[in-house]
Write a protein that binds this ligand. Structure first.
Ligand SMILES: NC(=O)c1ccc[n+]([C@@H]2O[C@H](COP(=O)([O-])OP(=O)(O)OC[C@H]3O[C@@H](n4cnc5c(N)ncnc54)[C@H](OP(=O)(O)O)[C@@H]3O)[C@@H](O)[C@H]2O)c1
Length: 284
C-alpha cells in the first residue's frame, strides 16, 4: 500500500478560488484517481472544457505532471491532493481542505478504484475493509459533502465511474461487482433525488478498457487473451461519460460490445448469463 502521506499544493489564497490567467473564475472539477487511466483522461477532457481541477490520488509525481500538462495545454489551474482513499479520514480531510480554501466544486468525478484478485477467503479482512473504503465509503462521503453546494447553486454534475460488471453476473467470490452494483444503483437513486435541482448524477459503466487497471490487478496476461473487440480506449469511454452526465442519463454503457452485453444480461435468465463469464475472469 502507498504511504499515508498527504500534501496539498497550488493553494489559492482564501476567497480567491482557482482562476485562469485572465483572472476569470473557472468552474472547478474534482477527479479522484486522476493519476492514471480513466481519471487522467477525464481530467484532461474537463480541463479542455474550461474547468480548473482538484486532482486526487496517491502518486504525487503523476498528479504534478498532469497539473503541468493541463496548465500548458488548456491554461487550467490545478490543486494537487495526495491522499490514500483507503484511509477512512481521507474524504473528511479533502472536504475540509476545500472548505478552508473556499473552493466550490461543480463537477465531481468519483473514479478512483481497483480490483481485488482472488476469491473472498483468499484475502485478509483488512484487505476487504480497505477495498470497501475506497470503492464505497470514500466516494459516498465526498458526494455527500459536495452535493449541498451544487444544489444551493442550482448547478452541478456527479459522474460515477462504475462498471459493466455492475450490470452482469458476478464472478465467484469477488466483491468488485457488488460494490459497482451499489455505485450504479446509488447513481440512479441520486439522479432521481436531484431531479429539478440542476444537478445531474450519472453512472458510467465501462467494459474492458485500456488503462493500468489490469496491470495493478496482475492479470494483464490473461486479459491480453481476450479478443480486441471486447476492449475500448479510455478516451471514447470518457467522452461518452461526460456526454451522458450533461444529458442527465442515469447509466452510460460505452461501446457496441458493452451495450450488447448489458442488454443480453438484462433480458436473458441469470442461469444462462452466469455461464458466459469469460474463463480468464472465472479463474482470477
Ligand atoms: N479499465 C477497465 O477495464 C475498467 C472497466 C470498468 C470500470 N473501471 C473503473 O474505472 C475506474 C478507474 O480505473 P482505471 O481503469 O482508470 O484504472 P487505473 O489506470 O489503474 O487507475 C486507477 C486510479 O485510481 C487511483 N486509486 C487507486 N487506489 C487508490 C487509493 N487507495 N487512493 C487514491 N487513489 C487510488 C489510482 O491512483 P494512485 O495509484 O496514484 O493512488 C489511479 O489514479 C475504477 O473505478 C475502475 O473500477 C475500469
Amino acid at each position: 500500500m502507498a504511504p499515508s502521506t498527504r500534501r496539498v499544493d497550488s493553494k489559492p489564497k482564501p476567497g480567491q478560488g482557482v482562476r485562469d490567467a485572465s483572472d476569470r473564475p473557472r468552474p472547478l472539477a474534482l477527479v479522484t484517481g486522476a493519476s492514471a487511466g480513466l481519471g487522467r483522461e477525464l481530467s484532461l477532457l474537463l480541463a479542455q472544457r474550461g474547468y480548473d481541477l482538484v486532482v486526487v490520488a496517491r502518486r504525487e509525481d503523476r498528479l504534478t505532471a498532469l497539473k503541468q500538462e493541463v496548465a500548458t495545454k488548456f491554461g487550467a489551474r490545478t490543486k494537487v491532493v495526495v491522499e490514500d482513499l483507503s484511509h477512512a479520514a481521507a474524504p473528511r480531510r479533502i472536504l475540509e481542505e476545500l472548505r478552508s480554501a473556499k473552493l466550490e466544486v461543480e463537477y465531481l468525478v468519483n473514479n478512483a478504484g481497483y480490483g481485488l484478485d482472488g476469491r473472498f477467503l483468499t484475502h485478509q479482512w483488512s484487505e476487504h475493509a480497505q477495498f470497501l473504503q475506497v470503492m464505497v465509503g470514500s466516494w459516498l462521503q465526498l458526494t455527500h459533502g459536495l452535493l449541498p453546494t451544487m444544489v444551493r447553486k442550482g448547478h452541478g454534475r456527479v459522474l460515477n465511474v462504475s462498471s459493466l460488471a455492475s450490470l452482469c453476473p458476478e464472478p465467484p467470490g469477488s466483491l468488485y461487482s457488488p460494490v459497482k452494483c451499489l455505485m450504479t444503483a446509488t447513481s440512479r437513486a441520486l439522479r432521481m433525488d436531484l431531479l429539478h435541482t440542476g444537478v445531474h448524477c450519472t453512472a458510467l459503466c465501462p467494459g474492458f478498457t485500456y488503462t493500468e487497471f489490469h496491470d495493478v490487478l496482475g492479470n494483464r496476461k490473461a486479459m491480453n487473451a481476450l479478443p480486441r473487440f471486447m476492449w475500448q480506449e479510455a478516451r471514447p469511454v470518457c467522452l461518452a461519460g461526460l456526454d451522458g452526465a450533461e444529458r442527465n442519463k442515469a447509466v452510460v454503457v460505452p461501446g457496441a460490445f458493452n451495450k450488447t452485453a448489458s442488454f443480453l444480461c438484462r433480458v436473458l435468465p441469470y442461469s444462462l448469463t452466469s455461464k458466459l463469464i469469460p474463463k480468464s475472469v472465472m479463474e482470477r
